[in-house]
Design a protein around this ligand. Sequence first.
Ligand code: TGC
Ligand code: FAD
Length: 404
Amino acid sequence: MPVSRGPCYAPDMYRPLDLYDYDALLNDEERAVRDTVRRFVTDRILPDIARHWRDGTFPMDTVPEMAELGLFGANIKGYGCAGMDNIAYGLVMRELERGDSGVRSFASVQGALVMHPIHAFGSDAQKDRWLPAMARGEAIGCFGLTEPDKGSNPGGMKTTARFDGANGYVLHGAKMWITNATLAHVALVWARVKGGPDDGNIRGFLVERGTKGFETKETHNKWSLRASITGEIVLDECRIPASAVLPGATSLRAAFSCLNGARYGICWGAVGAMQAVFDEVLEYVKTRVQFSGPLAKHQIVQLKLAEMATEITKAQALVLRLGQLKEAGRIEPHMISLAKRNNVGQALAMARVGRDMLGANGILLDYQTGRHLCNLETVNTYEGTHDIHALILGNELTGIAAFD
Ligand code: TGC
Ligand code: FAD
């Protein structure tokens, strides 16, 4: 059964807020990317996303189009990737998350968490095997770092890779909360090596579906990020060849460095979610009449709108500057933590207020704000929780790591 569509789903209704004319800072290529992805989201994602969210499915039919638009590994050069600059890449993430956090997640995992590590740490054979196919959307990847008992502290992981000389490695353990686990043709699994020259090191392994001892199971009953597939990876004495290890990823540092790119995309994506919420709420309060006029004429309502507009404008400044720093090769993890924590935290708070401003209508899937609100609970948790990013900033400021 389709979900009926409220006003926010009408084509060409979207009026993103840009009080400081940040658009003037974009170049022609960046504007073209923004417009193309915005149109794709309006035409292809929004019409059916509420039904997917309700049914707990991902719109797989849009994957070939996303690939055609160059949205997978969009900032990678070569191998059939679009080779966009990092601001254009951020705009892709922003526009996708205006549609749904699950759609942005799909592109984030594919590009930043699987294609990027293969590009940065992989052998030539691994790059040739996977990058063009992943750019075309014909191969899907997932990133297995988190375990049932090790989320914020992946350094304590229990999954092992037993070294077996010329025969390769034997993986054993479990990964949980893995986006696209059951869809993936290849899983990048992080495991601690036992034996051999790398004994004790954490390394990344490319495990192809179909390998004996590799299984995935979908996680059900989520009330957040429902239009995204989440699952477990079970590795039961899973034997893989030595050619499946990423040669350049020799420690936990490599795994964390992949998170930087994905977190950068989330900083931008959160702005898209904020814009979606604000756009819907502004339209609603201008047209919904209570007492002697539209809700928008009341001072409390205007105060809420003013606060939302202020936070969107601040968040936009953060991501644009972050993009410049990334382009200049000067971005550092704590800078990303500041923006991820702020933008997602503010988006979540804004969606909560926005849902309230929509009254009872706000609990219907016909309106998008409640869907974004639920999604943002996940975005606040994955890729480093809100509090872990405070601790990363605290570490930078004081020189004292407070994680333990
Ligand atoms: P620590 O001792 O601090 O670091 C170990 C080594 O890693 C280096 N490092 C980084 N390098 C590059 N970029 C970063 N962001 C880095 N963070 C740390 C560090 O310099 C060190 O290097 P070396 O050479 O000295 O050994 O590690 P720790 O174990 O104390 O952990 C610190 C902490 C808490 C910051 C880290 O564990 C952390 O970030 N935890 C959060 C875990 C997390 O974010 N998991 C994400 C899983 S993937 C996911 O959620 C995908 S969602 C996908 C989607 O659908 O969009
Ligand atoms: P915990 O680490 O147990 O944290 C619970 C609470 O304790 C949080 O509030 C946290 O901030 C707090 N806390 C933890 N440590 C400290 C501390 N030292 N000081 C103070 N407070 C602390 N992972 C992947 O590897 N790949 C994926 O593709 C992926 N996709 C995901 C998709 C979804 C839908 C979700 C929900 C998660 C996904 N994750 C993925 C996992 C995600 O990265 C973890 O959930 C996240 O890192 C937090 O780990 P945890 O859930 O074990 O929480």
